[in-house]
Design a protein around this ligand. Structure first.
Ligand SMILES: O=C(O)c1ccccc1N[C@@H]1O[C@H](COP(=O)(O)O)[C@@H](O)[C@H]1O
Length: 196
């Protein structure tokens, strides 16, 4: 199962996450988030990373030229896009992307089966609040292309057994405070994923 840690704001956390064994690092380019990072500061971090780690740029209701510009400036490889208001024209994006499904009910999952999507719990602030998606909504759903986010931590990952998620994404569950990751929590999170 692939593992992404989101809300990276500094090099130390990025390197600790990689040492723990994650596949992808997320950078938040949504200015209202406490985990926001300036694109050029993100680039400085990215330039010091080892190979084979995917860099993911998170956007909330942004137009495609902004997304292209930030991904270029910050050297991002994949855009993670919340697009509730249809601001993004996906046809003119220069980068690979994954859409975020902010799940409010099981129907939201049924509609997105078979596509690579990141499923997060619906929260007014758009994410990073530790709120979980009701796991029973995934019963009888094909989760093999879904990345689950929302309220995951080292203790509740065992609940995902049997669902066959493509990946998991975490932010607050591995933090000491908003925007600062905890090395031990990241190590334990990765270990717990491998035990699923
Ligand atoms: O992390 C944020 O601050 C954030 C802001 C706006 C939209 C999304 C955000 N984070 C995403 O939310 C998921 C779930 O976070 P958590 O694990 O429940 O704290 C996280 O994986 C980010 O992709």
């Amino acid at each position: 199962m692939k593992i992404k840690i989101c809300g990276i704001t500094n090099l130390e956390d990025a390197l600790n996450a990689i040492e723990a064994g994650v596949d992808a690092l997320g950078f938040v380019f949504y200015e209202k988030s406490p985990r926001y990072i300036d694109p050029f500061k993100a680039r400085e971090i990215v330039e010091q990373l080892p190979p084979f780690v995917q860099t993911v740029a998170l956007f909330v209701n942004e137009n495609s030229s902004f997304i292209n510009q930030v991904c270029t400036n910050a050297k991002m490889q994949l855009a993670q896009i919340i697009d509730d208001d249809n601001y993004t024209d996906f046809n003119i994006l220069n980068f690979k992307y994954i859409k975020v499904v902010r799940a409010k009910e099981k129907k939201d999952l049924i509609e997105n089966q078979g596509n690579y999507v990141l499923v997060d719990a619906f929260v007014e602030s758009f994410g990073g609040e530790g709120k979980r998606v009701a796991l029973e909504w995934f019963d009888n759903i094909d989760c093999s292309k879904m990345i689950l986010a929302g309220g995951l931590n080292e203790s509740n990952l065992k609940d995902l057994k049997g669902y066959n998620f493509f990946g998991v994404d975490v932010s607050s569950g591995v933090e000491v405070s908003k925007g600062k990751k905890d090395k031990t929590k990241m190590i334990n999170f990765v270990k717990a994923v491998k035990e699923i």
